[in-house]
Design a binder for this molecule. Structure first.
Ligand code: PPE
Length: 314
């Protein structure tokens, strides 16, 4: 369960957690009109550091632009608000959730007459797919639900409404005894998990679906692309047929919440040796060493919450 923190940022000021409430007739409640982000802030020897803050804020601004939403704050203002929020709540590490909603005012589908309201909350969030998932891997299925298709809900936007599709995928998976579901795109090729991007390894080469396969342009996905390149592991963004999952040496998820989570079976078919494979392990090691400040932050991914302190080895 969610443990409240002290403050939530709302339209430029900090308010108590319990006061961050909206009216039931706010546009977002009926029509799903929100855009949001999920960002992790990690504990390092130099104090809390936010992972790829500017990239997340940029994606939120992109999501808002796609939906013609005026947030009224710049990238710098929103990024500063998030740093300040972690500081105000004195969190050593946390998950940060900025969310912009079409709020209360008018009724009906037309969103344009409703004010936009921006919130940022943070809280402590543990391992997304269970404590053992990172080391042992998870059991997943291919969903019977198709991922949101192009020309329906734009997948490059991280919008609240997209997550009705994710919920169908997730509920089906959990009901049938799996940890997560993988959705196929409209053409029947692998798209992504309900809240994660996906990677498939065969013969030492990583394959991941391209942005055209209705995937969220994941920030962790992008980090995996960069780390694979750094480590000299070949990686291609390409169409992935469903059956590629079954015959892969390794399959793994990436996401802010899921980080890098290996998959040990798909539809009860064992993947590789049925546990974390060497490619996922190498990527995890590199990823965690950087985010915890044990290795040089060579890509400039970390924003120190207490700017006066260095967040790791230089
Ligand atoms: N695809 C989807 C559909 C998705 O929701 C996420 C993040 C990703 C891919 C990975 O993107 P990124 O976090 O930028 O690497 N899912 C977020 C929401 C999880 C939730 O349950 O809420 C997350 O991981 O924070």
């Amino acid at each position: 369960m969610l443990t409240p923190t002290e403050k939530i940022w709302h339209n430029g000021r900090f308010i108590p957690w319990d006061e961050a409430k909206i009216h039931v007739l706010s546009h977002v409640v009926s029509y799903g009109s929100s855009v949001f982000e999920g960002i992790r802030c990690y504990a390092t020897s130099g104090g809390p550091a936010i992972f790829r803050l500017r990239e997340h804020v940029r994606r939120m601004l992109d999501s808002a632009k796609i939906y013609r939403m005026e947030l009224g704050y710049t990238l710098d203002q929103l990024a500063d608000a998030m740093v300040e929020l972690v500081r105000v709540n004195r969190m050593p590490s946390c998950y940060i959730r900025p969310i912009a909603i079409r709020a209360y005012g008018d009724i009906g589908v037309n969103p344009m007459r409703n004010p936009v309201s921006v919130y940022v909350a943070c809280w402590e969030w543990g391992k997304y797919l269970g404590e053992e998932a990172l080391a042992e891997g998870v059991d997943v299925c291919v969903a019977s639900w198709t991922r949101i298709a192009p020309n329906t809900l734009p997948a490059l936007a991280k919008a609240g409404a997209n997550y009705m599709n994710s919920q169908l995928i997730k509920m089906e998976a959990l009901t049938n005894g799996y940890s997560e579901g993988i959705a196929l795109d409209q053409a029947g090729y692998v798209s992504e998990g309900s809240g994660e991007n996906i990677f498939v390894v065969r013969d030492g080469k990583i394959h991941t679906p391209p942005l055209g396969a209705s995937v969220l342009p994941g920030i962790t996905r992008d980090s995996v692309l960069k780390l694979a390149s750094d480590l000299g592991i070949p990686l291609v963004e390409t169409i992935v047929p469903r059956e590629m999952l079954y015959i892969a040496d390794e399959v793994f998820f990436s996401g802010t919440a899921a980080e890098i989570t290996p998959i040990r079976s798909v539809d009860r078919i064992q993947i590789g040796k049925g546990r974390r494979g060497p490619v996922a392990e190498r990527l995890q090691k590199e990823f965690f060493a950087i985010i915890h400040g044990q290795k040089q932050d060579r890509h400039g991914w970390l924003t120190a919450v207490h700017a006066e302190q260095p967040v790791g080895v230089k």
